[in-house]
Design a protein around this ligand. Structure first.
Ligand code: HAM
Length: 429
């Protein structure tokens, strides 16, 4: 006998089984994502969950690259996608000459990351993505942020529940390039990856890593401290005073806030100089949605990545998008008592009392199914009527049709409405 260890019968740590009730929740959530995407005029795409590991080879020290699930098979190095964005870049590149810009694409991929587990953080998650390719102006950012709020609204969360923090990477880059990074622009991406850890490891550790002479950034200690101090700015006007005169990043942020005002969501978005995000490819506006009570990790994160396609060898195409996970939002909805009670959606149960009645029962079920009803036929024999009624009720069915010898002889089914308890007869032909 092959004995399987009990632990091998669990789903691998950090992954989930979806029982029917779990899948009902997932479908409900995805329906909201799809409906919002549709209302914004986005088209759905997908890509394989398996990619060439090479697609994720980036050297900025990002967590996402270190957490890759990868393996070699027949001489190929493959990886489970930790995110969708590089796959999208690949897809865009393959048809670059034939696409009509801007593209508005959305997807709901399952993504895999070997994470340290915390609340809302898992080793697989589904991530709703919306991306705009081919539009350089912040009109795209504004649409995307409006879509994020349209989704949280549709999920029942109020304006006070979910907020967005937003920044512009170029704000930091403009200053650093004119100064400490003048000769080493390539240090900017690893710098952002380190700064992104501020909440997690604290200011002192960030300064230490930025100033580590053996590290990828190697600022002098004074410059590192100054940089970290600037991350405390929470006011765009203050940031503007510290930025170079006529900074394009400041102008874009001002324009973005005007647009957000027209969408009616400007009061849910705050400027926050500490938001840089942990992915190397972002170049412009970066943002994060979070729960205002502040107990969970980011609900959603995104930004502009105008140079990703070039870095993969394509012609440059400006792009911006976000990823919105299923796990954090589920925790948040549960905290707020907003997880809906989702019925199975069964309409009717057809119950042949004996095998003699089965053909008649099948014909009735066929008719109702053809009308679009969800119909269960009792498959076994000898079930008691009470049990059938109780099961049907629990499944949320509205009616049960009973066909016994007497009903069969008269060519009818006895149909009971479970809510009212009333019975009527329905002709079988
Ligand atoms: P990200 O910030 O790594 O960005 O992930 C986006 C969102 O996915 C997070 O805010 C969170 O809701 C969810 N998420 C990420 N990792 C996990 C995890 N281990 N468990 C549960 N949820 C998770 C990206 O992935 C970018 N590719 C997003 C993007 C699209 N940027 C532009 N377009």
């Amino acid at each position: 006998v092959l004995a399987v260890a009990r632990s091998d019968l669990q789903p691998p740590r950090g992954t989930r089984d979806f029982y029917p009730e779990d899948l009902r929740f997932r479908t409900w959530l995805f329906d909201v994502f799809r409906e919002v995407s549709r209302r914004f005029g986005f088209e759905e795409v997908d890509a394989p969950v398996l990619e060439h590991a090479e697609l994720y080879r980036r050297k900025a020290g990002e967590e996402i690259v270190e957490q890759l699930y990868h393996f070699e098979l027949h001489g190929r190095h493959l990886a489970l996608r930790p995110e969708l964005t590089p796959s999208l870049a690949r897809m865009v590149m393959a048809r670059q000459g034939a696409l009509r810009w801007p593209l508005r694409w959305f997807a709901i991929p399952q993504c895999w990351r070997y994470e340290r587990m915390t609340r809302g953080r898992r080793r697989e998650h589904y991530q709703w993505n919306m991306d705009v390719w081919g539009e350089p102006s912040v009109t795209a950012e504004a649409e995307l942020l409006a879509a994020v709020f349209a989704a949280t609204d549709a999920l029942g969360l109020g304006p006070a529940d979910v907020r967005v923090r937003l920044n512009h990477r170029a704000l930091l880059e403009e200053t650093l390039r004119a100064d400490v990074l003048a000769d080493r622009p390539e240090a900017f991406a690893p710098l952002c990856v380190i700064v992104d850890k501020l909440d997690k490891i604290g200011a002192e550790a960030v300064v230490e890593q930025l100033a580590d002479p053996a590290g990828p950034v190697a600022l002098d200690a004074g410059a590192a401290k100054e940089l970290v101090a600037r991350l405390g700015i929470r006011d765009l006007e203050e940031a503007a005073r510290q930025a170079p005169a006529d900074s394009p990043a400041v102008a874009e942020l001002r324009r973005l806030f005007e647009l957000l005002d027209a969408y009616g969501v400007a009061d849910r978005v705050v400027f926050d100089a500490s938001v840089v995000r942990g992915l190397a490819y972002y170049t412009g506006v970066v943002f994060e949605a979070y729960d205002a009570a502040g107990s969970l990790r980011a609900v959603c994160g995104g930004g502009r990545y105008d140079r990703l396609l070039e870095s993969l060898g394509g012609r440059p195409v400006p792009a911006v998008g976000f990823g919105f996970g299923d796990a954090v939002i589920q925790e948040l909805l549960a905290d707020r008592g907003l997880v809906p009670d989702l019925p199975r959606g069964l309409d009717a149960v057809v119950y042949p009392l004996g095998e003699e009645e089965r053909s008649a029962a099948i014909r009735l079920a066929r008719r109702w199914r053809a009308e679009g009803l969800a119909v269960e036929i009792v498959l076994g024999q000898g079930l008691r009527m009470r049990r059938v009624l109780a099961d049907a009720d629990k499944a949320g069915a509205r009616r049960v049709a009973l066909i016994g010898p007497e009903e069969r002889a008269r060519g009818v089914a006895r149909v009971r409405d479970l809510a009212s308890g009333e019975e009527r007869e329905e002709a079988l032909e």
